[in-house]
Design a protein around this ligand. Structure first.
Ligand code: KG4
Ligand code: ZN
Length: 336
């Protein structure tokens, strides 16, 4: 079956996204970012859901137009069922149900976290696909997980955060430094100009493959408060070094756990995914290949939230006839 066209819709948080795939190739991948949240220092759920309402039709229209695919050619609609903000998920979910009924084509529900992992199976020139089993490190604003991926639909979480997600660690540290939301990309930008060993922050002691990031945030807060008492311009004068040191500590925490996961499972193929996998420090560290691992680093546009990743899971589910009725419901929390 070589003529599958999937329209994929992602609306789990604050980005409204649509993509069209022809089999495992992406024909279009459109994302409308909601800048309205920046002034509030975080995503406001009610505003996110309203913005999805405004964006969803134009974003889907643009995705179909850019792909040069007519609605009538579509084989199925894939949408993000969860996890995410309920009011946001409902917009994409309801729209997908209606469109699948109107076009009389199958409806496919996708787990957002599976999609961050399976994004590696999008057919892209210059990008290899992992082989099963592999380890996935999913790092985003909402999640930090090490997953053992046995097949497309058989995955086990073998480690996860016990408090903040790694994206939150970036964003909360940035907030302490007075940087606007979301601060992760800004820490990355300044870190590239700084000395990662300028300041030392202690790494948390968490047993096994789990993570903890809330202690790091507190350590950074106390450190900044103490230094500012001595020098009110401490942040301004040392911004690059502070960012580089924070980023270095976070990467060390992630690398320590990956090393342990490789040791425990014997699996040396590592794929990263999620918004934080856009981080240039993490990408560089994994590319160094110091440990003899085979690493898979997604194309930049498939790191932060997007619908192409929903589409590739949709394609796999389409091939295995994994469809839903319109009784399917969105879920803020979803069984992995
Ligand atoms: O996957 P994503 O787009 O949304 C969620 O599902 O959460 O991830 C967003 C997170 C934010 O915390 C953002 O600050 C972080 O990814 N992020 C980064 C970078 N780009 C995005 N963190 C560090 N460095 C980056 N370059
Ligand atoms: Zn995400």
């Amino acid at each position: 079956n070589s003529e599958v066209f999937i329209l994929a819709i992602e609306s789990s948080c604050d980005d409204t996204a649509a993509a069209v795939l022809h089999n495992d190739k992406v024909l279009s991948n459109v994302v409308a970012n909601q800048l309205i949240h920046n002034q509030y220092g975080g995503v406001v759920p009610e505003l996110a859901s309203r913005a999805h309402q405004q964006n969803i039709v134009p974003v889907i229209d643009a995705a179909l137009r850019k792909a040069n695919v007519q609605k009538e050619q579509l084989s199925a609609i894939a949408f993000t069922q969860g996890p995410g903000l309920m009011g946001s998920l409902l917009v994409g979910g309801s729209f997908s149900k209606s469109l699948s009924l109107a076009l009389d084509i199958p409806l496919i529900a996708v787990n957002h976290m599976h999609a961050h992992i399976l994004a590696h199976f999008i057919d892209e020139e210059g990008y290899d696909k992992p082989e099963f089993p592999f380890l996935a490190l999913t790092i985003s604003g909402g999640h930090t997980q090490i997953v053992k991926v046995n097949s497309f639909f058989d995955m086990e979480i073998i480690g996860e955060t016990t408090d903040d997600a790694v994206g939150e660690a970036f964003d909360k540290s940035a907030k302490i430094l007075g940087l606007p939301y979301p601060g992760g990309p800004l820490i990355d930008k300044y870190a590239q100009l700084g000395n990662p060993k300028a300041f030392a922050f202690t790494k948390p002691k968490v047993p096994g493959l789990d993570f903890s990031f809330s202690g790091l945030k507190t350590a950074i807060l106390y450190f900044i408060q103490k230094e500012k008492q001595k020098n009110p311009n401490f942040i301004e004068e040392n911004l690059n070094d502070i960012c580089a040191s924070i980023q270095y500590t976070i990467i060390e925490i992630l690398m320590d756990k990956l090393k342990l996961a490789v040791k425990e499972t014997g699996i040396t193929q590592i794929a990263i995914g999620g918004g934080v996998s856009a981080n240039s420090g993490i990408r560089a560290r994994l590319k160094e290949n110091k440990h003899g691992w085979k690493t898979f680093i997604p194309k930049f546009e498939y790191t932060t939230d997007n619908a192409a990743m929903i589409g590739i899971v949709g394609y796999q589910k389409y091939l295995s006839n994994h469809f839903e009725t319109s009784a399917v419901v969105s879920k803020a929390r979803i069984q992995f």
